[in-house]
Design a protein around this ligand. Structure first.
Ligand code: THU
Length: 166
């Protein structure tokens, strides 16, 4: 039997900074601050990311480019690999992502690139716990998504590798 499927997901739009819960304001502020330490002399696109851990602590990072362009690292990947390499065991409960043009103050709408989504998915499987994704949505608005799963449907994940184990 052939079935037509529709994959839908819930999202929350915060239309103003003051609509964000206090811990999300703190998290997004850290992500925004991190854009100022980005190394993006080639794209001039400064990306900042921050994660809120269950113990209340926040880690942040940014994109780091390279004159050999493909060698550069996105903010989300820099951050999640740093978190993974650290001794921190407190799970991630939320991740904020934002961006800014070099020399400009306004924060821009952003969504994680495909490779970042795959890295974010691995973190989800690793900690076996969904985490909220809070995106800078432009014009001072923010979009909150319940889990990376909704940004990467029909994903390649560890379960698929499990199936080919001898
Ligand atoms: N970039 C990120 O840091 N995260 C994304 O999800 C999209 C793109 C960076 C990579 C590069 O340094 C610059 O933004 C322009 O693509």
């Amino acid at each position: 039997m052939k079935k037509e499927l529709k994959i839908l997901f819930d999202a929350t739009l915060y239309e103003d900074w003051s609509d964000l819960p206090e811990d999300y304001q703190r998290l997004m502020s850290e992500a925004r601050n991190a854009t100022y330490e980005a190394y993006a002399p080639y794209s001039h696109f400064h990306v900042g990311a921050a994660i809120l851990l269950a113990d209340g602590s926040i880690l942040s990072a940014n994109n780091q480019e390279n004159s050999s362009y493909p060698c550069g690292a996105c903010a989300e990947q820099s951050l999640l690999y740093y978190y993974g390499a650290s001794a921190r065991r407190s799970p991630i409960v939320a991740m904020a992502i934002t961006a800014r043009r070099a020399e400009k103050k306004d924060f821009l709408k952003i969504a994680p690139c495909g490779k970042c989504r795959q890295v974010m998915l691995e973190t989800y499987h690793r900690q076996k716990q969904a985490y909220t994704i809070l995106l800078e949505y432009g014009g001072g608005q923010f979009l909150s998504l319940p889990s990376i799963e909704v940004l990467l449907p029909c994903d390649f994940n560890p379960d698929i590798l499990q199936e080919i184990k001898p």
